[in-house]
Design a protein around this ligand. Sequence first.
Ligand code: CTP
Length: 234
Amino acid sequence: MSHPPLPTTPTRILITAGPTHEPIDSVRFIGNRSSGRMGCALADEAARRGWSATLLLGPAPAFPTDSRVRVRRFRTCEDLRGLLREEFGKTDVLVMAAAVADYRPKVDPAMWNGKFRRHASNLTLELEPTPDLLAEVSSSRRTGQLLIGFALEPREELATSSLAKLERKGVDLVVGNPLETMDSPDIEATLFAKGGAQTPAPKMSKDAFAAWLMDRIVPKVHSPRSDAESAEGA
Ligand code: CTP
């Protein structure tokens, strides 16, 4: 007797986007120019395709237009780390498009409720390294999870540096793009895969690139899960 196919649930994608703001005191921070546009475009494109999309969004001007995208906000690298701990185990695909700070001010947290005052002398701000969140989550990945990183590089170092990051962070794909991409409506990216394969994309809008990238993610995603399997992974 043949059984009807098990019902399937949508593929789950978790996307991070935007900059982090690392506090110096209660009114100042170290940030960067990431607009969050690329991650928002990807979340919209995934939702349009019927995927279950969660966007972890930093303090950026962009916001997804599709109301089906579930949005959770972060400010600092540490906030994002906490959200990834909650969300990573529940996803099939992670796209780490956020421009996470590499260093943060090493200041007494008491200053987060206060303010540095002006003095005549120089002020030196000590910075400490932040954890590499992508490397951290990739070390706890489940079989079948697909991990995609972004790399922002000077053009002449794009290939060598993107491939090095792919290995170092233990991910499946890296979207390498030149420094000018940050805060721009367009992107001119190359997709790097394990084994060294390189697929250049023509320069296009971030919305168009979201569809281009999703077309290349789809064949790499494991076959749709049955409801029983998704309950296990939840
Ligand atoms: N990333 C991360 N945690 C950090 C810094 C970066 O998870 N503390 C992620 C980014 O979201 C991106 C990838 O790592 O997906 C590459 O980020 P990038 O800034 O290009 O590389 P870094 O590892 O920070 O190295 P460098 O700044 O020296 O190029």
